[in-house]
Design a protein around this ligand. Structure first.
Ligand code: WTA
Length: 654
């Protein structure tokens, strides 16, 4: 046997965060989840999920087999039949919760609607009957392209009621993105709106839908909600106003029981270059995963007012605005518009008005609030908040602490939840009554989830090291495949490490076994042979009191292979200047070591982000390398890259 020379780690472990936050004993005493859940799941994970499925879901027909695992193809709860909308609505109304509020909805202009579970059941029944009139039956696909208005969850649940699948396309996407997805799904009906409110303006949607529908042969009808008024062009024989076709329907529509593995929805994730992938989620396992994690991770109680501030066009909204909370009969908040309209305290005003107890949002939102300063949240009474969540990107320790102090007032536990469109539900997260948290760490896999960090050869990386995050055991809410392309499913997720699901993310584990997410492995930089994750350098920059947000990328370098190029957004009131650039570079070297000192540093007012708020480092690499920009269709604000590119010549070089 030959002895291998010591190799460089897959990803370096540079940033050390020593602060810890143990749960408050008063919180522990009332928490939904106790430590025994981990032991139960470990003893027999199939029986663990089977018990939860029996207890948590209403079945028309019980399942006979918990799991059929033909790696990498899973089927859960075989033989079972149920209806997802019945689980989210009818059973609560039958249990006497008809008058409980399902959604407090707030339009950006300030209009409000309150929907109880009984209201929602009625509206869903009517919408389902309208879809039936348009010929939708179990197994069909319906496309939904809408702003954040109550008709959006109503439309989703109406599909589920009939056993039809929905595919929600984010309202900010272009006509082309819409038609691509409709065609891939071969959707029969489109549900849309004339427009929605964003930053004080009525933003039209219907003209994009019309453009898309010019090249979607599968679509036979469109339903249009009148949100902004003023009228839009309606195509005779194809387009129906929601208030015409839905409002006149019978509110009673019996739920259609479907097989556990019936397609519930497709949600398209944009590959960076390739064709979008239609991620398949099915009925029973997905609903179980969403509702169980919602209850234990957020510690949701019957009287909570829960607000997930994501968009429903993103998986976070599917699982944690619609299916998880409704299955748990939770009272939720939905807000249509932007966080800075009319001013940067809109969210805090909503929390004060509705006495919101649980807030779930993305690090990008937290960093933009941090940039605006403490005064905005300080103006409002946020004392109702008792749990805070984060999702979508690694949260920088400094942003975590800002959230903890200024929003949670140092008493609300923070759950940093790692998961993906593909995983359907949260997989790695603290449980707020159990886990001692560390700012920036998603801590541990939830009960029933087996995650590991491996090196390039698929071997477990010892504690203290970094590598590739993998999952080693199937879970009920997992994706069942890519629509119409089983080979691509195997290739994309299951071929890099045989027998393991590879999520595409890098991670490290500290000496106590805590998981720290390091971002997409495609973003890892190679600096003089050291594999350095972008998030660690970004967090070191955000650690400086002048910095609100940072993004770093590797730029080709003759000497070191790659050199670090940092894009920095300063906090409000801080002016950029040369000595600050020098200080920031030194700060990084001081916090995590000279190897990570950025060679280039540029101040910028904004960063290119996806619609769900993720920094698009791919475009920043193009800017740093002076290349033609790659695909920009998923960019939230196309103007941003031009501004940065115009300035990039002025980047300070070390
Ligand atoms: C990233 C969003 C670090 C990660 C639910 C993942 C995170 C991708 C976290 C999935 C987190 C999500 N910490 N990174 N807590 N949560 N991510 O499909 O890179 O929109 O692979 O699902 O977001 O994004 P998606």
């Amino acid at each position: 046997m030959s002895i291998e020379p010591p190799s460089r780690p897959e990803i370096e472990n540079l940033l050390v965060e020593a602060r810890t936050f143990a749960p408050d004993p008063a919180f522990v005493a009332q928490a939904n989840a106790g430590p025994e859940l981990y032991a139960e799941a470990e003893a027999d994970f199939e029986e663990f999920w089977a018990r939860l499925a029996r207890e948590r879901l209403r079945w028309t027909e019980p399942f006979h087999t918990t799991l059929e695992w033909d790696l990498p193809f899973a089927k859960w709860f075989l033989g079972g039949r149920l209806n997802v909308s019945e689980n989210c609505l009818d059973r609560h109304v039958e249990n006497g919760l008809g008058d409980k509020v399902a959604y407090h909805w707030i339009g950006e202009p300030g209009d409000r609607r309150t929907l109880t579970y009984a209201d929602l059941l009625r509206e869903v029944g009517k919408a389902a009957n309208a879809l039936k009139e348009l010929g939708i039956v179990a197994g069909d696909r319906v496309a939904i392209y809408m702003p954040m208005i109550p008709e959006l969850p109503i439309a989703m649940l109406a599909c589920a009621r009939l056993g039809a699948a929905h595919t929600v396309i984010f309202g900010g996407f272009s006509a082309e993105a819409l038609s691509d997805r409709i065609n891939d799904a071969e959707a029969k009906v489109l549900i849309t709106a004339d427009g929605g409110w964003r930053r004080g303006k009525a933003v039209g949607l219907k003209h994009h839908a019309d453009e898309a529908l010019a090249s979607t042969p599968s679509i036979t009808a469109a339903i249009v909600v009148d949100r902004i008024g003023g009228g839009v062009h309606m195509v005779e024989g194809r387009d129906y106003w929601w208030h015409d076709i839905v409002d006149r329907q019978d509110p009673i529509c019996p739920p259609v029981p479907v097989d556990s593995e019936q397609l519930l929805y497709l949600l398209y994730t944009s590959g960076t270059t390739a064709k979008p992938k239609g991620i398949i989620h099915t009925s029973a396992g997905y609903l179980l995963g969403a509702s169980f994690t919602h209850e234990i991770v957020f510690d949701v109680k019957p009287d909570d007012v829960y607000w997930c501030a994501a968009d429903i066009g993103w998986v976070t909204g599917h699982s944690y605005i619609v299916y998880g909370p409704l299955a748990n009969a939770t009272t939720g908040v939905m807000y249509e518009g932007a966080p800075d309209t009319p001013d940067w305290d809109r969210w805090w005003q909503i929390i004060e008005d509705l006495k919101v107890t649980i807030l779930y949002c993305a690090p990008t939102a937290i960093r933009s609030f941090m940039k605006q300063g403490e005064a905005y949240p300080a103006r409002h009474d946020l004392s109702s908040l008792r749990v805070l969540g984060s999702v979508g990107e690694p949260i920088n320790p400094e942003a975590w602490l800002w959230y903890h102090r200024n929003i949670g007032h140092e008493k609300a536990p923070i759950v940093d939840t790692w998961w993906q469109t593909e995983t359907g539900a949260i997989l790695i997260s603290p449980l707020p009554g159990i886990t001692t948290t560390k700012p920036g760490s998603a801590t541990f896999p939830l009960p029933g989830i087996v995650a590991d960090i491996v090196d390039a050869a698929g071997q477990t990386v010892p504690r203290g090291g970094g590598g590739y995050l993998v999952l080693k055991q199937p879970w009920p809410a997992m994706l069942r495949g890519i629509y119409g392309d089983p080979d691509r499913y195997v290739q994309t997720y299951w071929s890099r490490f045989p027998g393991m699901y590879f999520a595409g993310d890098g991670a490290k584990r500290d000496s106590e076994g805590y998981f720290w997410l390091l971002g997409r492995v495609d973003d890892v930089m190679n600096i003089a042979g050291h594999r350095i994750s972008t998030i660690e350098v970004e967090s070191a920059l955000v650690d400086h009191p002048s910095v609100a947000e940072a993004a770093v990328v590797g730029k080709t370098d003759e000497i070191s292979g790659q050199a670090i190029f940092a894009f920095v957004i300063l906090r409000a009131g801080v002016e950029p200047h040369d000595t600050l650039a020098v200080q920031l570079r030194e700060h990084v070297a001081y916090v995590i070591g000279p190897i990570a000192r950025p060679k280039f540093l540029m101040f910028t007012p904004d960063l290119p982000k996806t619609r769900s708020g993720k920094i698009m480092r791919r475009l920043l690499r193009d800017i740093a390398e002076n290349r033609v920009l790659g695909d920009t269709t998923t960019l939230a604000d196309a103007g941003v890259v031009d501004v940065i590119r115009d300035k990039s010549g002025s980047a300070e070089e070390d």
